[in-house]
Ligand binder design. Structure first.
Ligand code: NAD
Ligand code: TYD
Length: 339
């Protein structure tokens, strides 16, 4: 297989590159990434000398550059991770999310039509379903749940997800889509809940919890997301959507307290701050379809995965110190100062 991985210098895309090169050493991977604030070459350090790996810096929204890469490389599989991925940033600047997430996905789909591929896989999110009530713990998102988005981020991801499915129906492009719950693990950019709390706790800084910390997320260890996508691109049915999640629901406050306890830091570091506008209450995934059709099952429980993740941040201070540059500090000031 010759796979074009877009957004491979980011959190999940980077983990997917490592996963593919480890589990399928005969396959070739081309990574296309714009290296925005969220993309880090440090994430790909271990694979840069692998002859089966190559890297191109370009935007998925740059049609000329994307077509040139397809013409030269002729990938048979495309996995699209590239996106603006942070809800809080989408509230600050929705336009960038429309440009990358919708227009960029459109350019990739056009390139796939023009040059021909065996598979285009769109990495979507459970956030396209909107949210579930906190008290209705019997409800889960299935692939049939109507899309009902809350943030500019989730709306832009829903548009890209539906566009990919439209290219299957209209142009018979061999498309699959996956909608996964919240990931955590190594190389996670520290604007997101788990790495932000680990790094703040390590520095004895306040841990900003939105609202009352009651919101629930369904956490999946990133390697389990990679194994699911790997199964879908090799054995999934085209035109189909697959939910991915491992029934690891936790309130944000539970997650934050787990991190504090693991690092032996006091709960007095927790600071409740103004809630996120439009904040989704609860996400919870029913992943029966991918289990039954493709035999996927997550290997890592939250209790194990969170300890592994904390240990990774302790062992890889160089990686996260490098990404906490001036633009991160400016973002942190804008987002949290006087909140
Ligand atoms: P991330 O922000 O860590 O990484 C995104 C990567 O995309 C970065 O390397 C960035 O440089 C790159 N990128 C951004 N704009 C680009 C452009 N125009 N052209 C090329 N590259 C560009 O995000 P992530 O958390 O790794 O998420 C990856 C994908 O998975 C996204 O599509 C996201 O919507 C989806 N997803 C994420 C989660 C999660 O919990 N993080 C859950 C479900 C789905
Ligand atoms: P996040 O990691 O941004 O993922 P998403 O919003 O895509 O689920 O946030 C996870 C949860 O943690 C979400 O309910 C918002 C909350 N949160 C905080 O309470 N404080 C923070 O500083 C951040 C970044 C998130």
């Amino acid at each position: 297989m010759k796979t074009l991985v877009t957004g491979g210098a980011g959190f999940i895309g980077g983990n997917f590159v490592h996963y593919q090169l480890k589990h399928h050493p005969d396959d070739t991977i081309i990574c296309l990434d714009a290296l925005t604030y969220a993309g880090n070459m440090g994430t790909l350090k271990g694979v840069l000398t692998n002859p089966k790996f190559s890297f191109v810096q370009a935007s998925i929204a740059d049609r000329e550059a994307v077509y040139a890469i397809f013409e030269q490389e002729k990938p048979d599989t495309v996995v699209n991770f590239a996106a603006e991925s942070h809800v809080d940033r989408s509230i600050e600047d929705p336009g960038l999310f429309l440009q990358t997430n919708i227009m960029g996905t459109g350019v990739l789909l056009d390139a796939c039509r023009k040059f021909g591929v065996g598979r285009f896989h769109q990495v979507s999110t459970d956030e396209v379903y909107g949210d579930l009530p906190l008290e209705r713990t019997d409800l889960f998102f299935t692939e049939e749940t109507p899309l009902h988005t809350s943030s500019p981020y989730s709306a832009s991801k829903a548009a890209a997800d539906l566009l990919a499915l439209a290219y299957f129906r209209t142009f018979k492009l061999p498309v699959t889509v996956s909608r996964c719950s919240n990931n955590y693990g190594p190389y996670h950019f520290p604007e997101k809940l788990i790495p932000l709390m680990i790094i703040n706790a390590l520095s004895d800084k306040a841990l900003p919890v939105y609202g009352k910390g009651e919101n629930i997320r369904d956490w999946l260890y990133v390697e389990d997301h990679c194994s699911a996508i790997d199964l879908i691109i090799r054995g999934g049915r085209v035109g189909e959507v697959y939910n991915i999640g491992g029934h690891n629901e936790r309130t944000n406050l539970q997650v934050v307290k787990t991190i504090l306890h693991a690092l032996n830091k006091p709960e007095s570091l927790i600071r409740f701050v103004t809630d996120r506008p439009g904040h989704d209450l609860r996400y919870a995934i029913d992943a029966t379809k991918i289990k039954q059709e493709l035999g996927w099952a997550p290997e890592t429980t939250f209790d194990t995965g969170i300890q592994t993740t904390i240990q990774w941040y302790l062992n890889n201070e160089d990686w996260w110190r490098d990404v906490l540059d001036g633009s991160y500090r400016a973002y942190y000031e804008r987002m949290y100062h006087n909140r």
